[in-house]
Design a protein around this ligand. Structure first.
Ligand SMILES: C[C@@](CO)(OP(=O)(O)O)[C@H](O)COP(=O)(O)OP(=O)(O)OC[C@H]1O[C@@H](n2ccc(N)nc2=O)[C@H](O)[C@@H]1O
Ligand SMILES: Nc1ncnc2c1ncn2[C@@H]1O[C@H](COP(=O)(O)OP(=O)(O)O)[C@@H](O)[C@H]1O
Length: 331
């Protein structure tokens, strides 16, 4: 019976676009977004503790950056104990690599990987739906990370406050839409607090709500079922092209104008990308921004002797979007 799990990955996410389409009665904002995972991850290690002590038998060790005392990893473990009555504990070590207050979802991903790891280690056998319900109490992005591990597909169309998740059809996956492209992710030193953006009176809250089915051109839906195989391919291709255009040109991050006002580093990072001929966009509630980089430029930039110089007060990283969550083999 395994009593430990080592090198458990918790990858960062990017919001390829983010529209605010309304507001719930409790004040939370309704969003539409495409989430994808990237190869920038925290690493967690879990060891079971046999007996609950005064602290619930839970302890955490920060291997890199110090985290808040009651961080999302411990809160996820405690929420799982509370939901199941499990009497065992765990020691969790975490090597933090994803920058905080970046819109990269590091804390939420740590929480999701913790729920998946402890569900396994403690043999709780909770379903995806049960884990996602616990996850949503910890953060709106946690259900997405859980679903991406179960769907065996990283990219998803996400709605509500983050609880309505539809895996993207294969023809709309970023790796197919932008083959060979890399992502240049830039994080200004200054971070941004999510709550400050959502409470700003200037935030645009009335974006038009799109539908993913319109892009998918699924041959099994509506009139498409009458199509011949060639038409099906043609329609899929057309759907993929219009989705690509939507992602790159016709969508935006509605949180970005407020973020740029609150954090000059966001504008500086976007301007730097612009000076390289790249069109950048913020992820989530910032402050990190990203740009898709065509294969030619990616190769040139990585291997030329005059490597791209990153301005002071920001860090940059070349990333790839992941086809599958690193823990997908557990599903
Ligand atoms: C914006 C997104 C997009 O993926 O992620 P990040 O970029 O922060 O990672 C998420 O919706 C972040 O959701 P979540 O992780 O729950 O945000 P929190 O920091 O807990 O939210 C702080 C506060 O922002 C407001 N808030 C948050 C989410 C939302 N859909 N509407 C809101 O109005 C609420 O007042 C909430 O109390
Ligand atoms: N394990 C964790 N990793 C990072 N931040 C955490 C963690 N647990 C709690 N937090 C808190 O949550 C906040 C938001 O998490 P973060 O990973 O920065 O997400 P995002 O940048 O996507 O909003 C952080 O500023 C930090 O105070």
């Amino acid at each position: 019976m395994p009593t430990s799990l080592h090198d458990v990955s918790a990858p960062a996410k990017l919001n390829l676009f983010l529209h605010v389409t309304g507001r719930r009665a409790d004040g939370y904002h309704l969003l539409q977004s495409v989430f994808t995972l990237i190869d920038w991850a925290d690493t967690l290690h879990f060891e079971t503790r046999a007996h609950r002590q005064h602290d619930g038998g839970l302890s955490r060790e920060d291997l890199t950056t110090p985290l808040p005392a009651d961080d999302l990893v411990l809160r996820a473990a405690r929420a799982l104990q509370a939901a199941t009555g499990h009497a065992g504990g765990a020691h969790i070590a975490i090597a933090k690599h994803i920058p905080a207050q970046a819109g990269l979802g590091g804390g939420s991903s740590d929480a999701a990987s913790t729920l998946l790891a402890l569900n396994r280690l403690w043999k709780l056998k909770l379903s995806l739906e049960q884990l996602a319900a616990i996850g949503l109490t910890l953060g709106a992005d946690v259900p997405y990370f859980l679903h991406s591990a179960h769907a065996k597909q990283a990219t998803a169309w996400v709605e509500g406050v983050g609880e309505r998740i539809t895996p993207l059809p294969a023809n709309l996956e970023p790796a197919r839409l932008l083959p060979g492209h890399a992502l240049l992710v830039v994080k200004p030193d200054a971070g941004l607090e999510t709550a400050a953006i959502f409470r700003d009176p200037a935030l645009k809250r009335d974006s038009f709500a799109a539908t993913i089915t319109g892009f998918a051109a699924d041959p099994g839906v509506g009139s498409a079922s009458e199509e011949k195989p060639n038409d099906v391919e043609h329609n899929r291709d057309r759907g993929a092209q219009s989705f690509r255009k939507f992602l790159l040109e016709d969508s935006r991050n509605d949180l970005q104008p407020v973020a740029q006002r609150l954090c000059p580093g966001v504008t500086q990072a976007l301007e730097w990308l612009n000076s390289l001929g790249l069109s950048g966009r913020m992820t989530g509630s910032g402050s990190a921004v990203f740009a898709w980089v065509a294969p030619e430029m990616h190769v040139r930039a990585r291997f030329s002797s005059t490597a791209i110089a990153v301005p002071d007060q920001m860090q940059s990283r070349w990333c790839r979007s992941l086809d599958v969550h690193p823990l997908a083999h557990w599903a």
